[in-house]
Design a protein around this ligand. Sequence first.
Ligand code: PLP
Length: 389
Amino acid sequence: MTVSDWTTRYQGSVMNTFGQPQTVLVRGEGSRVWDADGNEYLDLLGGIAVNALGHAHPAILEAVTRQLQTLGHVSNFFASEPQIELAEKLLELAGHPGRVFFTNSGTEANEAAFKATRRTGRTKVVVAEGSFHGRTMGALALTSKEAYRAPFEPLPGDVTWVPYGDVTALEAAVDDSVAAVLLEPIQGEAGVIAPPDGYLNAARDVTTEHGALLWLDEIQTGIGRTGAWFAFEQSGISPDLITVAKGLGGGIPIGACIALGDAATLLQPGDHGTTFGGNPVATAAALAVISTIESDKLLDHVTTIGDQLRRGLGDHPLVTATAGRGLLVGVVLARPVSADIAKAALAAGLIVNAPTPDRLRLAPPLILSENDAAHAVTTLRAVLDEVGS
Ligand code: PLP
């Protein structure tokens, strides 16, 4: 079966929400994947910041296999060892006592946090323009793109929008009626946009002043992606709610709403639930991801390789700036040709993403080697030459 054969079958059977797939992948190993025609690709997107340890990593394989052989699923009438260990580990990494609610995806982690905000007795949520928080109805209400929201209205209300990174606008929007301020420490889907220094600190100050929660969506930035366990660490603050997913399971679906301090008890018995959230296999996979990041010292590696990619691409004539931190890399283009570049890169054996017309996003596995990063830079520069000329 060729890519073309599979694509025809896909189009006849899978709901058309994503458009035509770029190719059909059949195998992955480390930072590389192969399609049904045998073409090899260096994966600089990592399943959109998901495959933290690359493809077929032995630590995840071993953890998932061992857990499935031991105990694959229990309902939430029962607890399991990896679930408890992962909750404790996430709280340790977050640096504060609290409680964790496990989910299967990012959007569900945000739904849990959204419900927790309602339990403050307030309903208003202040959210940034350009944000992406997911596609379920609650998370969608907090997602900025009008085209995503409009066909599905009415959505949960009482949402106030502020320009991302603007401290004055944020301070003006927050008063004693606000339940929570929700922010991404770096906006991923918007094209890897970091706010000015001090923005998260200002958000912490204004929410504390008005008794509102600070909720940080670290679904894309969390679990080592930026060279720290959480991107907010750089600002030295501590939020009330943190949502994570994507890289947490390294490819096994899992998300979590981490509630710190008083926020930990907002959701009480009966307030929320899930069949699969906190599943033993998914939590065992996440524990393997975290312990491998620790044992292989990947946080430092992420910073080094991220810098290598930015340095290697930043001075190309078609590139006006590079953005992001660690291995969440934004490449700002002088012209709106990102889709052409992503297509030409794929033909040259590189998977990159074009989140906006003038930005590329790279979110490769955290294990990307120096050699692979050098290969990525050389190949992508050649693609930029070709498209730019
Ligand atoms: N929040 C952020 C910041 C994201 O980047 C995403 C996905 O791209 C989500 C939420 C939604 O996560 P999921 O697609 O797992 O539902």
